[in-house]
Design a protein around this ligand. Structure first.
Ligand SMILES: C[S@@+](CC[C@H](N)C(=O)[O-])C[C@H]1O[C@@H](n2cnc3c(N)ncnc32)[C@H](O)[C@@H]1O
Length: 243
């Protein structure tokens, strides 16, 4: 649970003005998702698109790391929370930087390099000519209807800059009881409580995912990043192949 120990003190203050229910969800997310493992595979710097950014935990963190970020999501409640969190993050940065010694790193709230875009339910983000050094899809693919997944991936692969990197965090579909527990929880969140927007709850088979990404001229690597977590987390890194 490295993420929980290391990221909670940094990220939680962004959300402290949210209702207790939202704060509880952020804590659960920090405890169950290995965000740090994902962040460790980002390129050194550049622009980042966070597809299905949710409340912006990863987006705001990447923005603080220096990435110029766009977060997109189909859920208006999540986008609103993410926007408020960015203001919280910027305020925190301002307080840190104006501590006992003033430093020239002082940034105003609206200078934090992050922007959030609300998508319509089946919309794919289309930013014109803009391309991204990193495209992150963290725990989103299982929510996309299976017959739309290939187009979804092809679209976001098309937004990758030359030599850019896609990081797709999902769950191993063949992980026995661990994946069944995750699916039961997602079914409650998506179909019961409707806390998460989604058209499915089944993760894509990893073999299908790697074949699909390879066919899009990406060089693909799969890593198990589940150590210390209850869920079977898998990270698929797909890089725009040189040439
Ligand atoms: C489990 S949450 C993960 C949020 C965030 N990526 C994170 O790691 O904390 C899944 C998010 O995907 C969003 N989502 C579902 N289908 C989507 C789609 N077709 N396009 C964009 N976002 C989508 C949901 O609204 C939700 O915020």
């Amino acid at each position: 649970m490295t993420t929980f120990k290391r990221m909670t003190p940094k990220v939680l203050p962004y959300y402290l003005r949210e209702p207790p229910g939202v704060i509880a969800k952020i804590l659960v997310r920090l405890a169950t998702c290995p965000f740090e493992e994902v962040a460790a595979r980002l390129p050194l710097r550049g622009s980042l698109l966070d597809v299905g950014c949710g409340a912006g935990i990863f987006t705001a963190t990447a923005a603080q790391m220096g990435f110029s970020c766009v977060g997109v999501d189909v859920d208006p409640r999540k986008i609103e929370t993410a926007r408020r969190a960015t203001r919280g993050a910027a305020m925190l940065e301002w307080i840190r930087n104006t501590g006992p010694v003033h430093t020239p790193r002082l940034r105003k709230a609206d200078d934090l390099p992050v922007e959030y875009v609300l998508l319509q339910p089946e919309e794919l983000y289309s930013p014109g000519d803009r391309r991204f050094d990193a495209v992150v899809i963290n725990d989103v693919l299982h929510l996309v209807e299976p017959r739309r997944r290939e187009d979804f991936l092809r679209h976001y692969r098309g937004l990758l800059a030359h030599r850019g990197r896609m990081l797709i965090k999902t769950m191993r579909e063949d992980a026995g009881w661990r994946i069944r527990i995750h699916q039961a929880q997602e079914t409650i969140m998506v179909k019961g409580l409707r806390w998460t927007a989604g058209a499915s709850t089944e993760p894509p088979p990893i073999r299908w995912l790697t074949d699909t990404l390879s066919a899009m001229n990406l060089s693909v690597r799969v890593e198990d990043i589940s150590e210390g977590y209850p869920y079977p987390h898998v990270l698929v890194t797909a890089e725009d192949a040189p040439g």
